[in-house]
Design a binder for this molecule. Structure first.
Ligand SMILES: [Zn+2]
Ligand SMILES: [Zn+2]
Length: 284
């Protein structure tokens, strides 16, 4: 839609993270955007929320990402800041599968804009309450242990003490014995560790969200040349080929600029009529 360009080439941005996300975010934005991303430490991002329920998240997923980006910019004196934040829920289709939403934000104070990359995909997030070692063993393949790490705690998911980052059988055995000795109910709660560096499935989803951000950074508004010209709306209503009623299939994408008010409609290519199997009147 817009001319290919790299408006962030040769610039520097901060990235505040402590869970190894720099290993995928930095090379992606260097390769695709020419942006040099500097890893910033010195602030415990778990203070803004942790997946082990010990610290509630700071606001929404976007609030937390924005806050991390701002802290990183303050610590480094940078005018461009990047941060990422994940969330877990059930999948939006059947509601049966664990789902992971990842968001990567770029705050650009030179242009006074925010660009946000998203990705939603299957999560590796298994959990079970067990009362003995054999029961625990049946969870291990479902939890993709040992490529994915585990968290163990006494009793149930709400117990305040836990052992995180368990990645081999010897430490798992030791953590299980520790948890059962503290348990009041005789149970131990075991689950996947959801921190990025302990969960490669999540790391792959963060990469996809970074790639989404990367494309938006290179997409310029035809009107004001700002980065971040992107599809913000999909218009539905492709007419049924049999009865002509509007269906839920898309007819056009609406592209919008994050900086000015420019919008552009892009009519979808492909068939001009929908198959009657997609029509709520012909195939209810
Ligand atoms: Zn119809
Ligand atoms: Zn614009």
């Amino acid at each position: 839609m817009s001319t290919p360009s790299k408006p962030y080439a040769g610039l520097k941005a901060s990235l505040l993270t402590q869970h190894g996300k720099e290993s995928i975010i930095c090379p992606q934005l260097a390769d695709s955007n020419g942006l040099e991303v500097l890893h910033v430490e010195g602030y415990d991002t778990d203070k803004l929320g942790s997946f082990t329920r010990d610290i509630p998240r700071y606001g929404s997923q976007l609030d937390a990402a924005r806050k991390k980006a701002r802290v990183g910019m303050e610590l480094s004196g940078s005018i461009l800041g990047i941060a990422s934040e994940g969330a877990f829920d059930n999948d939006p289709y059947t509601g049966m599968l664990p789902w992971n939403y990842e968001l990567v934000i770029l705050i650009d104070d030179t242009r006074d804009i925010e660009l946000i990359g998203f990705f939603g995909g299957e999560a590796q997030s298994a959990s079970r309450q067990v009362s003995n070692w054999n029961e625990l063993n049946t969870l291990l393949s479902e939890a993709q242990f040992t490529t994915h790490q585990l968290v163990v705690r006494p009793d149930d998911e709400y117990h305040l003490e836990c052992r995180k980052g368990i990645r081999d059988i010897a430490s798992l055995r030791e953590a299980f014995d520790w948890a059962i000795s503290l348990s009041k109910s005789g149970n131990v709660f075991v689950e996947n560790d959801l921190r990025a560096h302990t969960n490669p499935t999540r790391m792959a989803n963060i990469l996809k969200a970074t790639q989404d951000l990367s494309r938006k950074m290179n997409s310029l508004c035809p009107e004001c040349r700002s980065p971040g010209f992107w599809v913000t709306e999909r218009q539905k209503g492709l007419p049924c080929s049999h009865c002509d009623a509007p269906t839920n299939l898309p007819v056009a994408n609406i592209w919008s600029c994050v900086k000015c008010k420019f919008k552009k409609e892009e009519v979808k290519s492909g068939p001009l009529k929908a198959d009657p199997s997609k029509c709520q009147y012909c195939n209810p």
